[in-house]
Structure formats: structure tokens, C-alpha cells
Design a protein around this ligand. Structure first.
Ligand SMILES: NC(=O)c1ccc[n+]([C@@H]2O[C@H](COP(=O)([O-])OP(=O)(O)OC[C@H]3O[C@@H](n4cnc5c(N)ncnc54)[C@H](OP(=O)(O)O)[C@@H]3O)[C@@H](O)[C@H]2O)c1
Length: 263
């Protein structure tokens, strides 16, 4: 992807996976459009990308602001790759349900925020000239292996990621007819500020840079759904076949995800 991508736009580039993607793509000739809410952290990532030779445009933006997101994406010029990465999580630690405000925030960020990114990107890309491979542009939405399982410890997160994954996978054929490749990325546990606060075991925990490499390779290969590590995805799929009360009993043996919103 590094060789072929000349212009990429990434949301949530101020931290974690988004920052790792930006740094991987940063090279002479690359044009990067990066956004996040924390201007200071975003500026640090942008500076690191510039030091690798990339041209970087940074924007402090909230993905929940549909009009601002559309204006940013429409004004970016040609886009070879767009990654709808920004997301948040919370949980039901100590058996306390996610609050109504948390529930709304998680869906607004993880679902509406992804659509606020992917829909204008699709519209822009369908009007672009195709590359030598016939592709007009590539869009990756960052879902999660959590999409495959309704975990009682993080119900809103799982539900928001399930929606994003189903939307992207179901929309991929229509996007392909427009010359746009749409990929649902479903990672397992990645070491970032989002998971730093988890108090439960995280099998297969992976560094963000490794995850970024896998994402860019899978997106370049045109994968519709990218799951890693594959065995954790298979485990989640298998567990989802069990009766829901049994899944809840198994989940109750683990410490919960903290109730505070992170990310
Ligand atoms: N870490 C994992 O194990 C894991 C696994 C599967 C999927 N994912 C997904 O990967 C994505 C990145 O997560 P991460 O682990 O890298 O977490 P992170 O380090 O907490 O980064 C989250 C990013 O999202 C941005 N963000 C959050 N709310 C936003 C909003 N309303 N508007 C704009 N930007 C917003 C944050 O920006 P600011 O910090 O500037 O506010 C930050 O850059 C998320 O969608 C997450 O659900 C993560």
C-alpha cells in the first residue's frame, strides 16, 4: 500500500491504530489528511509523519459532525485510501449498565462517525479517475472481532461494531461497481490507549504498528473483511453459537471493561 498510495485520509489519527497507520504511510510523495479531537497529540503525529517525508494536512474534527466531515473529505482532493478509524469504548464494569449518554456517544462515534467518513469518501471516489488497477479508491472501516459476539461486558461497543461490519461487508459489492473497494477491518486486541485500561486477559494482544501493517496489506489486496488474529475471530464466531445465558456466565468470570468511555 505504501508504494501505491499517494493520498490517504485517516480519522482518529491522534492515537493508537490511526497514528500507526499514518506513520506507516508516511513517506516522500505521500499526502496525508489526518484528523482527531486532541490537537496537541494530532500535531505530534503529523510532525512525525512530516519528518518521514510526507505532506501532511491536519484537522481537529469530531467525526460526529456530519457536515464538517463531508466538507473536510470533499475538500481533500484525490483520495486513494480513506480509513474510518475513530472509535470509543466503554463497558459494564461492576455490573453497572452503560449509561444512556455513553450508549448514545458510542453509537454516534462508532457508527454515525464511520458513516460520516465512509459515505462522503465513497461519493468523492466514484468521481475519481481509476488507477492502473481499475480501482478509483479504497475505504477501510475499523470494526472489531467484537462485532461477532454480543459480550455483556461491552454491549454498545459490540453492537456498534456489528453494525459497521455488516454495513461494510453488505455494501462492498455496490461499492465495487463504483470502482471503490470497501473493507471491514476486524482486529482482535491491539495495544493502544483504548486497551491499556483493560483489566482482563487479552489473548493475541498485538502492537499497533503490526496491526497497521496487516491492515494496509489486507486493504491493498482488496479484502472485503479482514480478521486478525484469525483464530480469535474463529473463537468469537464459535462462542456466539452458544446459548446467550451461557456466554453471559462465561463473561461474568472475567473482570469487566471499565465503565468510563475511552478513546
Ligand atoms: N485497540 C484495540 O484492541 C481495538 C480492537 C479492535 C478495534 N479497535 C478499533 O480501532 C479504532 C482505533 O482504536 P484505538 O485502539 O487506536 O484507540 P485510541 O488509541 O483510543 O484512539 C482512538 C482515536 O479515535 C479518535 N476519536 C474518538 N472519538 C472521536 C470523535 N468523536 N471524533 C474524532 N475522533 C475521535 C481519538 O481522537 P482523540 O484522542 O484526538 O480524541 C483517537 O485518535 C477504534 O475504532 C477501535 O474501536 C481497537
Amino acid at each position: 500500500m505504501r508504494e501505491r498510495t499517494t493520498s490517504a485520509l485517516i480519522t482518529g489519527a491522534s492515537s493508537g491504530i490511526g497514528a500507526a497507520l499514518a506513520l506507516r504511510l508516511a513517506a516522500p510523495g505521500a499526502v496525508l489528511h489526518l484528523s482527531g479531537r486532541d490537537g496537541a497529540r494530532l500535531a505530534q503525529v503529523a510532525a512525525a509523519c512530516r519528518s518521514r517525508g510526507a505532506e501532511v494536512h491536519q484537522a481537529v474534527l469530531d467525526v460526529r459532525d456530519a457536515a464538517a466531515m463531508a466538507a473536510w473529505i470533499q475538500g481533500a482532493g484525490r483520495l486513494d485510501l480513506v480509513v474510518a478509524n475513530a472509535g470509543i469504548s466503554a463497558g459494564t464494569a461492576d455490573g453497572v449498565a452503560e449509561s444512556a449518554a455513553q450508549t448514545r456517544a458510542i453509537f454516534a462515534t462508532n457508527l454515525d462517525g464511520v458513516l460520516n467518513t465512509a459515505l462522503p469518501a465513497w461519493e468523492v471516489m466514484r468521481g475519481q479517475a481509476p488507477g492502473s488497477d481499475g480501482v478509483r479508491g479504497r475505504i477501510a472501516v475499523i470494526a472489531s472481532i467484537a462485532a461477532f459476539l454480543a459480550v455483556p461486558g461491552a454491549p454498545c461497543y459490540c453492537a456498534s461494531k456489528a453494525a459497521v461490519d455488516a454495513w461494510a461487508v453488505g455494501s462492498a459489492p455496490a461499492a465495487a461497481r463504483d470502482g471503490v473497494r470497501l473493507t471491514s477491518v476486524c482486529p482482535g486486541y491491539i495495544r493502544t490507549p483504548m486497551t491499556d485500561r483493560n483489566r482482563f486477559p487479552m489473548p493475541g494482544l498485538m502492537d499497533a504498528d503490526r496491526a497497521a501493517a496487516l491492515i494496509l496489506r489486507g486493504v491493498a489486496a482488496g479484502r472485503v473483511r479482514l480478521v486478525f488474529p484469525w483464530w480469535l475471530g474463529a473463537l468469537a464466531r464459535g462462542t456466539a453459537l452458544l446459548p446467550a445465558p451461557l456466554v453471559a456466565r462465561l463473561a461474568a468470570t472475567q473482570p469487566g471493561k471499565e465503565a468510563a468511555v475511552s478513546g
